[in-house]
Write a protein that binds this ligand. Structure first.
Ligand code: ZN
Length: 219
């Protein structure tokens, strides 16, 4: 089996995710939750395949109830160029997913009812994930940018400080916007930016159910 095929054996499904899937079935959100899981899975595989390409040691590809994470055993020992490629490989997946979905919809292979939430989820994940907050991909890009001007440890410190300030602002801004969905996301993000300082893992911090709820409005 190829090195890339072996990645599939590193996929870990967090036990609480089954609980979320169970709730999704009970509340008739099954399709939305499965769709989101698929998108998160492809996003994480983007990071994983790119990391594998550079021969990084990958510990696990995790599917969590609030997103996903690729855990590697590389702690700042890889070049910024490789780092940049691995970070970008996640968000880039949404670009082709949106393109493919558009083509499928355009040629009436999938109905609007599937296309619309799929597009919405991809755009939400892409935008949310690029916020300059650690450990989101946007926070990683910020870290890489700051690294160009100072040492690794200084860059780490500055990134975490900036993340905390930005998460704090985002929390108040989004919470005041009155959208329960954004409030939920902002809360998750705010919490994570302070508690998760591990530099090798990625967390999307997006709860599938927070996406499923507003989707019903489009039906
Ligand atoms: Zn990512």
């Amino acid at each position: 089996m190829s090195e890339y095929g072996k990645l599939l054996f590193k996929i870990r499904v967090h036990p609480t995710l089954w609980f979320v899937i169970g709730i999704a079935i009970l509340t008739a959100h099954f399709i939305e939750v499965m769709m989101l899981l698929l998108i998160v899975f492809i996003h994480e595989m983007g990071h994983a395949v790119c990391a594998q390409h550079f021969k990084w040691r990958i510990k696990s590809i995790q599917l969590l109830p609030f997103g996903g994470a690729v855990e590697t055993e590389e702690y700042g020992n890889k070049s910024l160029k490789e780092d940049l490629a691995v970070v970008l490989a996640g968000p880039l997946q949404h670009v082709w997913l949106i393109g493919a979905a558009f083509l499928l919809y355009f040629f009436t292979i999938i109905p609007y009812e599937l296309y619309q939430p799929f597009l919405y989820m991809n755009l939400m994940l892409l935008i949310f994930n690029l916020l300059p907050i650690w450990p989101l991909d946007g926070g990683r890009l910020l870290f890489i940018g700051v690294s160009l001007y100072c040492t690794f440890l200084e860059a780490q410190k500055h990134t975490l400080h900036f993340s905390a300030v930005f998460a704090f602002l985002a929390f108040f801004d989004l919470a005041h916007s009155g959208s329960a969905q954004f409030e939920h996301l902002a809360h998750h993000l705010f919490h994570k930016s302070f508690t998760r300082h591990g530099m090798a893992a990625e967390v999307l911090c997006v709860h599938p159910l927070s996406f499923a709820a507003p989707l019903r409005a489009y039906e």
